[in-house]
Design a protein around this ligand. Structure first.
Ligand code: FCB
Length: 474
């Protein structure tokens, strides 16, 4: 028994259904390191991190938290937590360095070893095939705005799935197509750092097309596996009842939520969003929509906050996606301003609003065809300093997780088919444009020594998992 498992169990006041998945999530570029090892090729994030003024303190994922070498220790930490599932991502440039043609057996072997270690520990592996690390050679050929990239993605996905589908049941294709498309190609806050609103809509479309093609190919091989995609959804509110504010909320809900949910789950694009973006020349074909609308077995929801918006002429204001943000990630929406609603914020400056999660979940249940739902990310980032023992008393994170899990519990009680929860993140890690300045982990990592020390939230989460639910409201 480890220190994370010492507390006595009590019946939870808010129990979750039997079989509910209790997980944590990570992503390859944020944790693996070993950027030049095992035959891995360069990704757009390697290039972006080396571009001056893109990542805080010019930090990179070259070493990150060295998970590539330390994964047995990290799986042992997951065991101590009592996780029943672990969401990680597979690095495309590690498995197929040039993004086309030859596959790298060393890369595949790494993921096979990780998966076997997880299975040995009784933890269900939940790989995501694309968490933003596009092989650089594919970006050199035009990246996601090129249709060919969707086909290359499906080929890569089918290959990985053929290698691991005998032991991995649950597959997620793409993580947060909104971020990959709009932060990557519209605002330029993320790799590859382009600022082209028309290209960003094509990128969004091809990310979803790649998802559909990949699901088709993977399902043909192992029809019993479960397939899905992870989208980042927000609750969206107008700042007031003013029609201009309500229209701003419609626009932002359109670009943030419906632009992805409607094609994926309903097989059509929202008419109002197509009208808002008409001048950008985006004309998707019905044939593509049929592919995008593959039946999926599960939808992953990454939820962090709510957007409150006002309708104001002028440049769209920034959400905090980078310390260097200067351009809007909202193609076709220069009538919108993001306004603070006065709620407490995390260390990212993101407002804490667990009711928004309840709204997102119940809306999905109401407005979209029924599909099993999983929270594939939810968590809070802070600038944290450990005490002398290397631990962190992260009461803010505990309160955040507790509140959001209560919202999940309420949604389940109201009939929402929510089947699992993966907190972001297992470990402190490379937070994209914020470098190593923001920490989301349940486990603190000293980046100089790579020492891992569970935070108080790790102990708290282990208790929730052990009891199968939440204690009395504290
Ligand atoms: C999400 C990303 C994830 C992490 C969290 C904080 O948008 O998917 O990699 O950075 O935000």
């Amino acid at each position: 028994m480890t220190s994370l498992q010492d507390d006595t169990s009590a019946a939870p006041a808010a129990p979750f259904p039997t079989g509910f998945r209790w997980g944590a999530a990570t992503a390859a570029y944020q944790i693996e390191g070993a950027a030049g090892e095992g035959g891995r090729g360069p990704s757009i994030w390697d290039t972006f991190c080396r571009t001056p003024g893109k990542v805080l303190n010019a930090e990179t994922g070259d070493v990150a938290v060295d998970h590539y070498h330390r994964f047995p220790e990290d799986v042992a930490l997951m065991s101590d937590l009592g996780l029943t599932a672990y969401r990680f991502s597979i690095s495309w440039p590690r498995v197929q360095p040039s993004g086309a043609g030859t596959f790298n057996q060393d890369g595949l072997d790494f993921y096979r070893r990780l998966v076997d270690e997880l299975l040995e520990a009784g933890i269900e592996p939940w790989p995501t095939l694309y968490h933003w690390d596009l092989p650089q050679p594919l970006e050199d050929k035009g990246g996601w705005p090129e249709r060919e990239t969707a086909h290359r993605f499906a080929e890569y996905a089918a290959h990985v799935h053929a290698a691991l589908g005998d032991r991995v049941r649950n597959w997620m294709t793409v993580n947060e197509p909104w971020c990959a498309a709009f932060l990557g190609y519209a605002s330029g806050d993320h790799a590859p750092g382009r600022r082209d609103a028309s290209a960003s809509l094509l990128a969004a479309h091809h990310l979803m097309l790649g998802h559909g093609l990949a699901v088709e190919a993977m399902r043909a091989r192992y029809p019993d596996n479960s397939f899905g995609v992870a989208v980042n959804l927000y609750a969206v509110s107008p700042a007031s009842d003013d029609p201009a504010d309500r229209d701003a909320a419609r626009r932002v809900d359109g670009l943030q939520n419906r632009l992805f949910l409607d094609p994926l789950l309903l097989g059509r694009y929202p008419e109002d969003v197509l009208a808002d973006t008409a001048r950008l020349g985006f004309t998707p074909s019905d044939a593509d929509l049929t592919i995008i609308n593959q039946p999926i077995d599960q939808l992953g929801i990454n939820y962090y906050s709510r957007h409150t918006v006002a309708g104001t002429p002028g440049e769209a204001a920034q959400t905090a996606s980078s310390p260097f943000s200067t351009h809007s990630p909202w193609p076709g929406s220069d009538h919108v301003r993001f306004v603070p609603a006065g709620r407490p914020v995390t260390g990212m400056g993101w407002e804490i609003d667990e009711r928004g999660l309840y709204e997102v979940l119940t809306r999905l249940h109401r407005e979209y065809p029924s599909v099993a739902l999983y929270i594939t990310e939810n968590g809070a980032g802070y600038d944290e300093t450990p005490d002398d023992n290397g631990t962190v008393q992260d009461l803010g994170r505990i309160a955040y997780l507790d509140a959001h899990l209560r919202a999940c519990h309420d949604a389940i009680a109201d009939g929402v088919p929510l089947r699992g929860y993966f907190t972001w993140s297992l470990l402190d890690n490379f937070e994209w444009a914020w470098g190593y300045s923001k920490r989301f982990g349940l486990v603190h990592v000293d980046y100089a020594t790579q020492r891992r020390v569970p935070k108080d939230s790790a102990r708290w989460y282990a208790g929730v998992i052990r009891q199968g639910g939440l204690p009395e409201r504290g």
